[in-house]
Design a protein around this ligand. Structure first.
Ligand code: ADP
Ligand code: MG
Length: 732
């Protein structure tokens, strides 16, 4: 079994046995596809083979990974195998973290990171070979890279080679896309895996069913590690706790010890590394993992897989702008992959917590590629920034996204001033894509330079980049009240813990910080500032119910964004040269008035204006008769404020603000919800664009654009008696 420190550990892997064929095929063809079972050595060995064969003389070898964790862990592993320090001959690069140097020959990087590198170096001159690994995952970024690299291998022929590797049998599809390139299949050495289906589909909580199954295996089955697939961090943490509790009540000496190991992306690296360490003698391990263990990482020694058949999947509806993160059944291809994990070191068993009929009839054959179920805002802005591809509607996709999703992205980018009326990227759009942030946050930062509040905008962007800054996924209000969250069953104990954990003093402070009542964004800023004043005290974070890891991540991202922006945003402005300002119409009276008033503005007001520029595509208007908000957009949608948002103070007449910006529109079981949100009460007119989109024959995406002035302030004194808005006036 390959343990850590195993230089030359890959020698016995199937990919090594086919080394000669693999190298020959890649030498003779600009594009090659390699199919091999998970664990056959594609990720760790192919780059080393190429390096040994001298390919790295012509440039670096890049290997992309869809996930950060995988890029980092594999980079470390391969460095170890090659007997070097990570960052020397072998390195990795992920968003906000890079470990490479002049001597680097192999880089493991996320697909998103390679996309960013393409913006700075459209020819990818640094690289001699790009391996698009884990192609079967079909992430949005990898799908975009398929198309971009297809063009690039042609223009850089024969200096750039492309290798596509996949763990599933989709070789023919890739080959057809790349003009019939060769497909090499590396036979696996999988031992037989017995599949045990549940007799009935569990109507119980799948978490409890999983825990019971693991304990049953532990007590009654011969030695061998167990791999349990769950859908996310919260669930995994809970399962780990339940398993440890169950082990504690087993009679002394009844069976071996059970070592419970979680693995998910947000887990600190040292904790992740534990799953690769050799297991202690006479001890069974149970690894509780997200989908990451399905194909991205291989844990040796697994003999039992427990598969509840579920995965957390993001989807986006371009017609309503609704994002949802749902737990959905996996596909048959995924179920087969999961089962295969039990047969790596010897015969194994996979316990499926669903019936054979469910597998046959209810599961999709394969997962829908991400490009067909996600927002394309960043991807389209990216494509628009490449010198080669401008016509995103006509781009050469492996599987094209829906027309509606592309139009939605074009529309939003236009509203953010990233595209002009002809669908061409503006200087501002170029500057936005230079920032490692989603378009709205990037736009806010650029507006903030102009409005003189960049440091604060950076703080907010950093806080929004952290997965969660509040412990237990509660909102600030809920924490301050020590209250339970929105109808989440099963979170009771956690809530009780939290309540106990947050002392009265902490809750009081939190309330004080929220007193401004502007909403989440300004609260994030105040929290960060207050934390800074404590000298980054961990104790203080705990007292307020903040997630220390999230806060530290935000602090780190903040530092990096500052470095990218340069003093006073000088670097941002340089990229945006020729862009007058954060405003759409720079010389409008509104703009002049804004400049005049700038010095009088309170800080938060300027900041909120910068946010408004960035979130012009995500505005919501109060609908008193529905007791909620309605989003502006193609498919205006009614939504409630998410319970995890900060309270927004009512105005003098006791009403919630008429306008809000929001970061995300999410669907929950009962309502659509907005989070996080920020009150908008601009002291002057803002101009919001209206648009329509038309595709000219053979031409580029083109907008027929006109401007619709809209008064967003509607302050009682200016707007006269308030009237119900004529909604059609505001439909974009
Ligand atoms: P594939 O990409 O074909 O799925 P990999 O190259 O990832 O295969 O894995 C080959 C072998 O390397 C496996 O036995 C796996 O356990 C081992 N391995 C991969 N990553 C690590 C790591 N970070 N630490 C230790 N071993 C690893
Ligand atoms: Mg792999």
């Amino acid at each position: 079994m390959a343990g850590p420190g195993a230089a030359g550990a890959g020698a016995a892997l199937p990919v090594r046995e086919y080394a000669q064929q693999i190298i020959e095929t890649i030498s003779q063809n600009p594009v090659a596809v390699v199919i091999g079972e998970t664990g056959s050595g594609k990720t760790t060995q192919i780059a080393q083979l190429l390096d040994e064969a001298g390919f790295s003389k012509g440039g670096r070898i890049a290997v992309t990974q869809p996930r950060r964790v995988a890029a980092v862990s594999v980079g470390r592993r391969v460095a170890q195998e090659m007997g070097c320090e990570v960052g020397q001959e072998v390195g990795y690069a992920v968003r906000f973290e890079e470990r490479t140097s002049r001597s680097t020959r192999i880089t493991y990087l996320t697909d998103g990171t390679l996309m960013r590198e393409l913006l700075d170096d459209p020819q990818l001159r640094k690289y001699a070979v790009v391996v698009l690994d884990e192609a079967h995952e079909r992430t949005l970024n990898t799908d975009i890279l398929f198309g971009v690299l297809k063009q690039l291998v042609r223009t850089r022929k024969p200096k750039l080679r492309l290798v596509v590797t996949s763990a599933t049998l989709d070789g023919d599809k890739f080959s057809a896309y790349y003009g019939g390139c060769p497909v090499l299949t590396v036979p696996g050495r999988c031992h037989p895996v017995a599949i045990v289906h549940a007799r009935e589909n569990h109507d119980r909580d799948h978490l409890q069913a999983s825990v019971d199954t693991v304990m049953d295996i532990h007590e009654h089955q011969p030695p061998g590690d167990i791999l349990l697939f769950l859908t996310g961090q919260a669930e995994i943490d809970k399962a780990v706790r339940l398993l440890n509790e169950a082990v504690a009540v087993l009679p002394e000496g009844a069976c071996d010890d059970l070592l419970v190991l979680p693995i998910y992306s947000a887990l600190p690296l040292e904790m992740q590394a534990r799953v690769f360490a050799p297991p202690p003698l006479g001890c069974r391990r149970v690894v509780v993992a997200t989908n990451i263990a399905e194909t991205s990482i291989t844990i040796d020694g697994v003999a039992y897989v427990v598969d509840p058949g579920l995965v957390k999947q993001k989807s986006y509806n371009p017609h309503t702008g609704l994002d949802s993160l749902d737990v959905v059944p996996i596909s048959r291809v995924q179920a087969t992959q999961r089962a295969g994990r039990a047969g790596r070191t010897g015969p194994g068993t996979c316990f499926r917590l669903y019936t054979a009929a469910f597998f046959e009839r209810e599961m999709l054959n394969a997962t829908v590629p991400e490009i067909q179920r996600t927002s394309l805002l960043s991807a389209v802005l990216y494509l628009k920034n490449l010198p080669l591809a401008v016509d995103v509607l006509g781009f050469d996709y492996l599987d094209p996204p829906g027309r509606g999703a592309l139009e939605d992205a074009l529309r939003q980018l236009y509203l953010l001033d990233a595209l002009d009326g002809d669908g061409r990227v503006t200087a501002l759009g170029r500057a936005m894509s230079a920032l490692p942030l989603e378009p709205s946050l990037a736009r806010s930062l650029l507006a903030a330079v102009d409005l003189d509040c960049l440091p604060d905008a950076i703080t907010i962007a950093a806080m929004l980049s952290a997965e969660s800054v509040f412990a237990g996924n509660r909102g600030p209000e809920q924490l301050a009240r020590g209250e339970q969250g929105a109808g989440r069953a099963g979170a009771r104990e956690q809530q009780a813990q939290l309540r106990q954990g947050i002392p009265e003093a902490g809750r009081k402070q939190l309330k004080e910080l929220m007193a401004e009542g502007l909403g989440d964004h300004v609260l994030y800023l105040r929290l960060f500032q207050a934390w800074e004043r404590t000298g980054w005290s961990a104790e203080w974070c705990r007292e307020l119910g903040l997630d220390l890891r999230g806060m530290r991540f935000a602090k780190d991202v903040r530092r990096q964004l500052e470095a990218i922006a340069g003093p006073d945003g000088a670097s941002l402005l340089k990229t945006a040269e020729g862009v007058p300002s954060g405003a759409a119409a720079p010389d409008s009276p509104g703009e002049r008035a804004r400049k005049r008033r700038r010095s009088e503005d309170r800080g938060a007001e300027r900041l909120r204006r910068a946010l408004m520029m960035g979130f012009a595509n995500r505005l919501a208007r109060r609908m008193p008769q529905h007791n909620g908000y309605k989003t502006l957009g193609v498919g205006a949608t009614l939504a409630q404020l998410h319970p995890a948002t900060a309270r927004i103070a009512a105005d003098d007449s006791g009403l919630l603000p008429e306008w809000l910006i929001y970061h995300e529109l999410v669907a929950t079981a009962r309502h659509n919800m907005l989070k996080p949100t920020e009150r908008l009460q601009l002291a002057e007119r803002a101009t919001v664009k209206s648009y329509s989109l038309r595709k000219q024959d053979g031409g580029q995406d083109q907008f027929v654009a006109y401007l619709l002035p809209m008064d967003l302030s509607r302050r009682a004194d200016e707007a006269g008696p308030s009237r119900e808005p004529d909604e059609s006036e505001y439909e974009w």
